[in-house]
Design a protein around this ligand. Structure first.
Ligand code: SF4
Length: 75
């Protein structure tokens, strides 16, 4: 059976919330008998949902400012 799970792939300090947050990837691992590589289905910020609801423009991962990506800036 395939396994699908969210994994944190990097961290950065976010000025919007003034704390460290995680950049997460949804990864699907194929069943043992299928010779395939794990695949990434989606990405999200660990606080993206909360930022989306706080009423301020923040970043692309909150869906409120597509021009700003704190994880890209921190590289
Ligand atoms: S959604 Fe964007 S603004 Fe909010 S904590 Fe994550 S990186 Fe920061």
């Amino acid at each position: 059976m395939a396994v699908k799970q969210w994994e944190t792939v990097k961290y950065c300090f976010c000025e919007h919330v003034k704390k460290e947050v995680g950049f997460e990837a949804e990864v699907i691992y194929p069943a043992d008998h299928i010779p395939d590589e794990p695949r990434i289905l989606a990405h999200r910020c660990s606080l993206g949902f909360q930022c989306n609801l706080d009423g301020r423009a923040s970043c692309k991962w909150a869906g409120t400012n597509p021009a700003y990506d704190p994880f890209a800036v921190s590289e």
